[in-house]
Design a protein around this ligand. Structure first.
Ligand code: PMP
Ligand code: GLN
Length: 384
């Protein structure tokens, strides 16, 4: 293993999902739904397979039907107009979109400012691209993790090439407000930075919270690479269909890297996702409402069990504080939790460069059936 990757080891998701299996624990670690997405979308994939659509290499940028559906989705939801031919790229999940964006846009030594804690592939991909990560730590304030805009401004130097943003934010459940995003946009314009924004949880915002795409703010469309994923939006994480929308020059850069990573993304699933993106608004509303009920159940159970519970405005994760339980080391806590309670969770510390800043925080996923969440909370109640 080379020096660029040596520090990353095995992803925490593989380690914790293996632990869930070997101990028979309820897996609230890795974020994947235990209920598959809509039947009609699965049928669309079967039809594509059977009719021979996408069984051979599809076009490099993605099939036209899907690129058109992605552009229509951005237009309908956010009023953002993208040309399906030059401004949309289909990727092998958001994971490849992140990798290809960083590989296609960074020069060796470029600094990338990212919000810490960050999704684990960010650090590894910045390293693979030869970049240097500069974390800005989200800190607890009034029951949620918030961005300090002065810290963000101070993190930008003459070597900064790119801001890597994620909203709704994994693992904290924070959704950046329009005011925060406006400040980020102003900084990007002032310092002439590119922005890669991971918005895979765009449809998972709760209560009266609004998801604001960074690309929709003044001055941002031409400098922003926006990333989405069918895995999250339609509950098909195994299909690995994601996408990028951006100005033509940026899409071309991402595509240059993508063509040598996977060349193309899986064909039949692209046809199915094109149909999924055209589902009526009622699908998205019901999906959000279902997840909100699950969030409320798990949040109440975790509070009952003695955890400090941060407010989840978006995503399907709840971040907790284990200090009220008399614990302080989230990694040790998560390694012991399967034996103690038969539940698997993820220690937020693995998403930090400043490990100590994340030490007492632990993430639970609530994208599971209500009866599974109920059983998990019964088990966790034993920790008190
Ligand atoms: N970004 C974030 C913030 C995520 O949580 C995930 C999935 N857990 C991804 C990207 C990767 O998405 P995909 O499965 O589409 O590759
Ligand atoms: N994105 C999901 C999570 O954060 C799963 C990621 C993965 O397995 N690589 O849990």
């Amino acid at each position: 293993l080379n020096r660029r990757l040596a520090e990353f080891g095995t992803t925490i998701f593989a380690e914790m999902s293996a632990l869930a299996l070997s101990t028979g624990s309820i897996n609230l670690g890795q974020g994947f739904p235990d209920t598959d997405g809509p039947e009609e979308v699965r049928e669309a994939a079967v039809r594509a397979l059977r009719d021979g659509r996408g069984n051979q290499y599809p076009p490099g940028p993605g099939i036209p039907e899907l690129r058109t559906a992605i552009a229509a989705h951005q237009q309908r939801r956010y009023g953002l107009a993208y040309d399906p031919d030059s401004e949309v790229l289909v990727t092998a999940g958001a994971t490849e979109a992140i990798a290809a964006a960083l590989l296609g846009l960074l020069e060796p030594g470029d600094e990338v400012v990212a919000l810490e804690p960050y999704y684990d592939s960010y650090a590894a991909c910045i390293a693979m691209a030869g970049g240097r990560r500069v974390p800005v730590t989200l800190r607890p304030r009034d029951g949620a993790f918030r961005l300090d805009l002065d810290e963000l401004r101070a993190a930008v130097t003459d070597r900064t090439r790119l801001l890597l943003i994620n909203t709704p934010h994994n693992p904290t459940g924070t959704v950046l407000t329009r005011e925060e995003l406006t400040a980020i946009a102003a900084l990007a314009v002032e310092r002439d930075l590119l922005v890669v924004t991971d918005e895979v949880y765009e449809h998972l915002v709760f209560d009266d919270v609004e998801h604001v795409p960074l690309a929709s703010l003044p001055g941002m469309r031409e400098r922003t690479v926006t990333i989405g994923s069918a895995g999250k939006t339609f509950s098909f994480t195994g299909w690995k269909v994601g996408w990028v929308t951006a100005a033509p020059g940026l899409v071309a850069a991402v595509r240059s890297a993508k063509q040598f990573l996977t060349y193309v993304s899986s064909g039949p699933f692209q046809y199915a996702v094109a149909e999924a993106l055209a589902l009526p608004e009622s699908y998205f509303t019901a999906f959000r409402e279902d997840m909100r009920a699950k969030r409320d159940l798990l949040a109440a159970g975790l509070a009952e069990a003695g955890f400090g519970v941060f407010r989840t405005a978006g995503t399907y994760f709840i971040t907790t504080d284990i200090r009220p339980l008399g614990e302080s080391d989230g990694i040790a806590f998560c390694r012991a939790l399967p034996e103690r309670a038969g539940v698997v969770a993820i220690p937020n510390a693995v998403f930090y460069d400043h490990r100590e800043a994340g030490a007492p925080f632990v993430r639970f996923a609530f994208c599971k059936r209500l009866e599974v969440l109920e059983e998990a909370t019964r088990r966790l109640a034993k920790l008190r």
